[in-house]
Structure formats: C-alpha cells, structure tokens
Write a protein that binds this ligand. Sequence first.
Ligand SMILES: Nc1ncnc2c1ncn2[C@@H]1O[C@H](COP(=O)(O)OP(=O)(O)OP(=O)(O)O)[C@@H](O)[C@H]1O
Ligand SMILES: [Mg+2]
Length: 285
Amino acid sequence: MTQPLIDIQNLEIAFGGGQVRAVRGVSFSLGQEKLGIVGESGSGKSTVGRAIMKLLPPSAIVNAERMRFRDVDLLKANEKTMMTIRGRRIGLILQDPKYSLNPVMRIGEQIAETYRFHHPRASKSMTYGQALDMLEAVQIRDPERVARLYPHEISGGMGQRAMIAMMLIAEPEVLIADEPTSALDVTVRLEILALLDELVLRRNLGLIFISHDLNLIRNFCDRVLIMYAGRVVEVLEARDLDKARHPYTQGLLASLPTIEDPPARLPILKRDPAWLEEFALEPPR
Ligand SMILES: Nc1ncnc2c1ncn2[C@@H]1O[C@H](COP(=O)(O)OP(=O)(O)OP(=O)(O)O)[C@@H](O)[C@H]1O
Ligand SMILES: [Mg+2]
C-alpha cells in the first residue's frame, strides 16, 4: 500500500482542562479517496478535522500515538511549519463561505491573493489570470463578471464554488470539507458534490467529508467513519453500510427514508453504562 496522506493513531482531544473528552482514541488513515465522517451533533467530527489543521483553541489537550500528514509529524509541527501546510497542502472548506471569504474584497482579488501568497514571484496579471482559470474550473460560467463581485453579491452556491476555487489554487493534497453543502438547497448541493467528486478524481486529492447526513455520505463517499460520543464506532466501505454491526449505525440506517417504507424514527439510544460497555463505549459525562 502506498503511504497514506493522513495517518492517525489513537487521537485523544479534551477541553475544559480534561473534563470534556471530545475525541477518544480515534484512529484512521486517508488515501486518495473520499472518506466520510458521519455522526450526531457533538460527536467530535469537526474537532478531528480542526486537529489535523492544528486549528483547535489553545485550551484543547491533544494526545495521540501518531498523527501524520505525509512526511510531517503533526504532533511536533510548530506554527511556522503549519503555515506552509494550512491552505496550501491541506485545504479546509466550511459550511458557510460567508465566514471564510473576506467581505470587503472582490472574489477575483481574493483568489489571486491566495495564489500570490503561494507564488510570491508571479506577476499581477498572471495571478489574476490564474484566479479566473480557477473560477472556470469550479464551473462558474462567467468568471470575469463574478471575479469583480463582492461575497455578499453572490449566492451561497456560488460562494461555495469560490471557496473551493480559493482552496484549489494552492494545489492541496488533502481537502477537509466540514458540512460544505449543509447550507445549500438540494440542486446546488448536488452540483457542488459533483464538482468535488471530479476534482478529487482529477487532482488525486484525499478528501475528508464531514456530515451528519448518512444518506449523502453513503452516496458520495468511498469509505465511511461512523463517530459516536467521540469515538469511531465503525469504519465501512460505503457500499457495505448495510453490513453495519454497531447499533448506532444500524439505527441511523433504519431512520433513512426509502421509497417503499416511511422512515423509522431514530431509536433513542440507551445511554446506560451496560449498553455502552457492550459496544466498548464509555458512558457520556
Ligand atoms: N473550543 C471548545 N471548547 C470546549 N468544548 C468544545 C470546543 N470545541 C468543541 N467542543 C466540544 O467537543 C465536542 C465535539 O464537538 P464537535 O464540534 O467536534 O462536534 P461535531 O461532531 O462537529 O458536531 P456538529 O455536527 O454539531 O458540528 C462537543 O461536546 C463540543 O461541545
Ligand atoms: Mg461540526
């Protein structure tokens, strides 16, 4: 097997001086694939994503046996090293592009500036040309017009495309997308997913796709990590989800609507210690 892009062994993350154990013994590796992370709100999905970028607040206590990105030991990497990785070798796409795009800068200039940051010797006209090319690559139809607009002048879907363009211009090896389509309506969501799909394939990226929507993850990703209460309870190929053995995954699957059957209600999980022990979970505090 080729060297994984990301390799995490036994990651533990706590907040509140160790009181809140947000991530408990998480292990996984990422290759050139679409890896989904699914789980209920508060299960630790975003915390894992931010830990890889070293974007957790200073109060977070992070321990792991191993946390590597390619040749980089993320546990030892200092801020200077992370500056060469964040947004450059690993891109982060969040739910709402409004918070990630600079509101007082035109779209084209922002993307060009990102390019210039990574290629300081490139000329001004060349960087702007690169920005337009990238807007075209994310299927924005009239890049020259859109490049002149400010973030508040474009739709959510267009903003997300602009965000993806800004991430891609740095030619990252890994993309972490945290609920990237949750704020979009269904048709735009499908377009953004198709775009991500194509980009992963064409640019040999590794994608970590975080969502609480199992149906979406199942249809979009190659492999799925199911998180519950800070732990990875199951890792499955997306096509094998029906073979899930953990009751949480089974409950999620049962709650998905199908054409034949109305959706079952997501069973209320018994959080009593015996049940959790049975499935190697710890009682929530
Ligand atoms: N900065 C922080 N300080 C204290 N606790 C935090 C902090 N960030 C996250 N947590 C806690 O860590 C746990 C995991 O949070 P996280 O945001 O990773 O969940 P999530 O799976 O991404 O949820 P959602 O689906 O709602 O985005 C939660 O209990 C949360 O309250
Ligand atoms: Mg989250």
